[in-house]
Design a protein around this ligand. Sequence first.
Ligand code: GDP
Length: 424
Amino acid sequence: MKNCAIVGINWGDEGKGRIVDLLCKNYDFVVRYQGGGNAGHTVVNELGKFALHLIPSGIFHKGIVNILGNGVALDPESLWEEIISLRNRGVTVDENNLKISDRASLLFPWHKMLDALEEERLKDKKYGSTKQGIAPFYSDKYQKKTILLGELIYSKHLKEHVKDLLEWKNLILRGVYNADPIELEELYKWVEDYTEKLRPFICDTGKLLKEAENTGKSVLFEAQLGSLRDLDYGIYPYTTSSNTLASYIPLGSGLASVNIDETIGVVKAYSTCVGEGPFVSEWFGEEADKLREAGAEYGAKTGRPRRVGPIDIVATRYGVEVQNATCVALTKLDVLSYMDKIPVCVKYELNGKQIDEFPFPFLLEDCKPVIEYLDGWKQDVSNVKTWDELPTNAKKYVEYIEKSIGCPIKYISVGPERDSYIKR
Ligand code: GDP
């Protein structure tokens, strides 16, 4: 059995979906083990351009079983919308190629309501949530105040459990936020509707993966977001509410005994960040606009313009370390082709001192980037297929990053299409 994890090294949007799409044909299963419908993994293939939110990026390949593990925030509305939109574009999504863990927890409509209400209450101190209900969902999961997907099958018990949860949730909606309560009958209808839709997909995916392990099948694990958004190791409180690190795979996938043979960390050739929080190498004004346009940096889920800047070596090295990455896939190298000089944030300056270790999150606000420049290559590299064909300065840039982050760069992506890449 050969297992691989594909994880984000930075703030997310590194191009994980594109790398999963490229490599998943070698695997029997593709598993999402954390996060929810707030992701936006973009895949470009022969059927067009797709932004996947919950469904693993292996869905386009015949013969692959895609699993939503127990660690995901199972938003039935977002999932169903995604299933229908994929089917409408000719992609097969059925109970043979998509399975949902019976131990995944259900994201209820009140999670989205509470997410929006809390962001509104915070005003200019908001976290920059995508308002998909992720933070309220995970808080409830840890309070044991949501239901497992497997419960949908037991209707009598389900009604009782949903009623109890709503009673408690309405106290919060009314008492804390002065919002309208949710009607029980309305909620029952919602639950019945999605039970009917999702029931065929629900099974004991842990058992399925254990059988796969025993019979030597291979599994690819697909993460959402990146190291810096990890709840425990990221830029708290501007993190997501789940663990984005590969070390969460045994917990969130349903395969507690898993061995990961390779962890591919996806790094963008420059930095981008969606939402609030410190971003030391951020650019503003004209040069930011130029990079944002060159890289088409607008959120896959929300359409929000992404914050952009030079690659941040300090953050990337930290991201590689906490992911325990065995190699790196560097994406979007083609985007930098317009630059005369390529900026690299090599260190931070904090209180007059230069540092090269990623500091305690709170101190990031006071860090200034220390920038060095490498020569640009000023030619289109989007059709380059081999390392030897890459312009010398592009090679030098890749080698420079590789050396500074201390991890081999095995894949270089030079375009969004499946075959626009170089394998070293
Ligand atoms: P993910 O969430 O990590 O999968 O990343 P996103 O899908 O949010 O963002 C990556 C974006 O970059 C998508 O629009 C991809 O189609 C695009 N992309 C990925 N790799 C490359 C590349 O090498 N070059 C270019 N120009 N675009 C790329």
